[in-house]
Design a protein around this ligand. Structure first.
Ligand code: ARG
Length: 467
């Protein structure tokens, strides 16, 4: 069955049929397509375009298809069709007979596919949010266990200043929290009804689109029919939101890959998310995290592909647009699964707090604190920086830490050296405690931030459960 054909003669080349079909991937839209069709048929009834009897028959048939699809979700998989819309109409004809041919009165696949896609976006956002909340919860779980765990913070992956592991974890919390609010934005902007735009110029029947929007759960109606069928901003925005989430996950993955390397030994990965080598018996590789990092690349490819898809399209529907859906579905699936895997990996890591703490005594992490102490005594920062730098060089050449240097040696570079400066050089705890302003890594501050984080997670969790 085809939804067109009157003006065609001869057969379509089967290779072209296969080339152009979208049912293999857009069958995911069946439940949405059925829902939109049913609401639309009722709108046609209210506009007196269809008789009450026809509306009853069509809506009843669509109900039956909906039930069948809900009970046997994979049932359409073996069948073939040009696209989801063709499949639904053909299936409806089997259900209700001749009256099915009235289904697409004044309606086009152009406004239909745009509407189906927006309904899919709504559900996809909900799924992504659920998965993101799982990771937020895992981050908070680990942060709670590590409110006293110190490790070197890095810049350029070189030891910089000591931080709390909880502070590190809450940095990822911030990223993910932004990802969640980006998803909310996506949903909010996509919350408009394209249906009733027809092929491009609007419906020729007096449809009550506002009521149709309400029935389908849309907040608003698309105000321009041409934009309604051409616009794929919702797809692009969600692809971007997925890509940025994946970039965040990829950075988390990268850190954990480094931290779990025995050379670092900061964390142990659970065996459940690692694999071995076919050759080297001793190996344990962090494949789950590497795959997240790799899949981030693929997802970025989808968003640039979709932007390129849209950039030269003449306004109105163009068949190129069919390419948007496979990208979107794949990106959403990948991002959701990556979030869920990352959450499980995060919960299952074992933190080696002693190893982390040991590393904070190397790498001169307190050098800034010594310079800061000199500044407190009126030494200009440039001078302080220079003096401490020279002392570091001296210690480095002798394989000593700042805590190990004796008073006379220290005074060769820092004339003011005394027990207070020695303590600043020695005490990682003091270095942490000083950073108690908002945003800092002091234990007192991080404990406050944990309270905020827990509140934020609870709010997201409630919001997800309500939807
Ligand atoms: N499979 C098509 C798509 O995904 C459905 C819309 C087809 N519309 C058309 N005028 N050929 O975009």
């Amino acid at each position: 069955m085809k939804l067109w054909g009157g003006r065609f003669s001869g057969r379509r080349d089967p290779l072209f049929e296969r080339f152009s079909e979208s049912f293999s991937f857009d069958q995911r839209l069946i439940p949405y397509d059925v829902r939109v069709n049913r609401a639309y048929v009722r709108a046609l009834g209210r506009a007196q375009v269809l008789s009450a009897k026809d509306v009853r028959a069509l809506a009843g048939g669509l109900d039956a298809i909906e039930r069948e699809v809900a009970c046997r979700p994979g049932s359409a998989r073996q069948q073939s069709s040009e696209d989801v819309h063709t499949w639904v109409e053909a299936r409806l004809a089997r259900e209700v007979g001749e009256v099915a041919s009235r289904l697409r009165t004044g309606r086009s696949r152009n406004d239909l596919v745009a509407t189906d896609t927006r309904l899919y976006i709504r559900d996809a956002v909900r799924e992504l949010e659920r998965a993101a909340v799982e990771l937020l919860e895992a981050l908070v779980f680990q942060a709670r266990q590590n409110l006293r765990t110190m490790l070197p913070g890095f810049t350029h992956l070189q030891p910089a200043q000591p931080i709390l592991f909880a502070h590190y974890l809450l940095a990822h919390f911030e990223m993910l929290n932004r990802d969640l609010s980006r998803l909310e934005d996506c949903r909010e902007r996509a919350d408009e009804l394209p249906m009733g735009a027809g092929a491009l110029a609007g419906a020729a029947y007096s449809l009550d689109r506002t009521r149709l929007a309400r029935e389908l759960g849309f907040a608003r109606v698309c105000r321009n029919s041409l934009d309604a069928v051409s616009d794929r901003d919702g797809v692009l925005e969600l692809l971007f939101a997925c890509s940025l989430t994946m970039v965040h996950l990829s950075r988390l993955a990268e850190d954990l890959i480094v931290y779990s390397s025995p050379t670092f030994g900061f964390v142990h990965m659970s065996d459940a998310y690692s694999t071995g080598s076919s050759l080297m018996p001793q190996k344990k590789n962090p494949d789950a995290l590497e795959l997240i990092r790799g899949k981030a690349a693929t997802t970025i490819g989808k968003v640039s592909g979709a932007l390129a898809l849209l950039k030269g399209l003449p306004l109105g529907y163009d068949r190129d647009l069919q390419e948007d859906k496979s990208s979107l579905f794949e990106a959403v699936d990948t991002t959701r699964d990556s979030l869920r895997i990352a959450a499980r990996v995060m919960r299952a890591i074992r933190v080696n707090a002693e190893r982390m703490a040991a590393e904070t005594t190397r790498g001169f992490l307190t050098a800034t604190d010594v310079a800061d102490e000199l500044v407190r005594r009126g030494v200009p920062f440039r001078t302080a920086h220079e003096q401490v730098g020279k002392l570091v060089k001296f210690c480095e050449e002798r394989g000593m830490t700042l805590a190990e240097v004796n008073r006379d040696d220290a005074r060769r570079f820092i004339p003011a050296w005394d027990s207070k400066l020695a303590r600043a050089a020695e005490s990682v705890e003091d270095s942490l405690a000083k950073r108690s302003a908002i945003g800092g890594t002091a234990p007192s501050r991080v404990r406050k931030e944990m309270v905020v984080a827990q509140r934020v997670v609870r709010r997201w969790r409630l919001q997800c459960d309500r939807r």
